[in-house]
Design a protein around this ligand. Sequence first.
Ligand SMILES: Nc1ncnc2c1ncn2[C@@H]1O[C@H](COP(=O)(O)OP(=O)(O)O)[C@@H](O)[C@H]1O
Ligand SMILES: [Mg+2]
Length: 439
Amino acid sequence: MDQVKLNGGEYVRVEGPAMIEVLRGKLYILGAQYDEGSRITILRARRVVAKAINDTELSVVLGPGGFVDKPKAGEEMIDEWDSKLSMGLKGSVIMVMGAMDSGKTTITTILVNKASSMGLKVGVVDADPGQNDLGPPTTVSCSILKGGKITHLSYMSPVKQVFLGSTNLEGNWYRAVYGVAKLVDYLKNIESVDFIVINTDGWVEGEGAVEYKRALVNAIKPNYVIIMRKSDEVNGLINGLGIGNMLILNAPPSMRIRDRNDRKIHRDMGYGRYLSPSRELTLNLTQVPVVNMPLTGRGLNGNLARLISSYLKVKPIYMDSLKNMVMVVSSMVKEPMLRSIPGGVAVLLQPNWENGLLVGLEDKDGFLITLAVLRRIYYNNGRIVVTVPKRLSNFELNNIRGIRVGSIRVNEQFEEIDKFSVIYKIERIISENGANPLT
Ligand SMILES: Nc1ncnc2c1ncn2[C@@H]1O[C@H](COP(=O)(O)OP(=O)(O)O)[C@@H](O)[C@H]1O
Ligand SMILES: [Mg+2]
């Protein structure tokens, strides 16, 4: 245990796991004040900077890997950020953007605490499907804080989630725009929150990233966009957004940079933690259809099926259709492909194409009930077997209305092993051709 004495205005940096107790004085952490007697838990690998409001004495208990030190001049950002975060929060929507590890989650947490300390009902949207602090990877989630304060977003429990199907938004960002807009709409109109802060993903560089962020701003129309700047990586974004209500904050210096592998491990643990302990669940496709593939369980038979399979020169195990799209499963197919056919598009899939795909089980409004893993489809009777968390209640199970297929394949240990990227194209074709049924 460390005893730390601080004069008013001094800083201390704590990396978790750690437990801080305020023995005397007053401490300021992430936009919230902690009085004498308060205990504050900092999670593993999370680093916070605290400021003493007056003469303060702390006891800090560190877990393995935790540390406590005093930041050098220029290493802490509290005052610089606070002096610029003076906009009115009540009634507004703020969106936070920036590269990975630029401080987005930290700023989001500060805004949540500030608004909560003003007595506002606060809505948070976490739109980072790779490092989602509220829900599991591959989702965007929202949560609500009414009173109280937090040291990390993960202390809030998710209220609604939308399944995106991937942790990577390249090629799939239109779904994220839809999901974030849906959550904001829910927070505003169903929950009537007083303030919304939206945390986004770290994809900020390049044309695609700017196009995505611009679409997000156009769909949500936030009152302010906060951009975290490390150096010139956000220049394209700043110019490309072309909006006036932008606030640019400096990112914290000298941080531990998480590498790609670290993040993948974090996600693998995310799926495993979420899905275990697990069990199998059998659904009936005619009652719970796949919403983003031509897979209805009804099958496509007869003359049209024969015509299409001979046109494609494949011997089908199963055929199905939705709108102007046809699905053909055949052992002559080795990997997923799209082929155009007269009047529509066919997706050709190999047997077992489904095994291990991450899917979202959705309710009637399209919100996620649970992540699941697709195991097997029995075409003869329209049954679909998925792995779900054991903890699901009957209420949740009874509300499942749709299956949304994602683009990530996992193994038995829930580790990412493969991509099923064709799903984006399938989803787009189905959603763009609503009024042109093939049959
Ligand atoms: N007040 C502060 N001063 C300096 N560094 C800070 C401060 N608050 C947080 N940090 C550091 O900034 C890092 C930013 O992390 P985070 O907010 O998770 O970024 P992002 O969400 O953009 O990936 C944290 O790991 C922490 O080390
Ligand atoms: Mg973050």
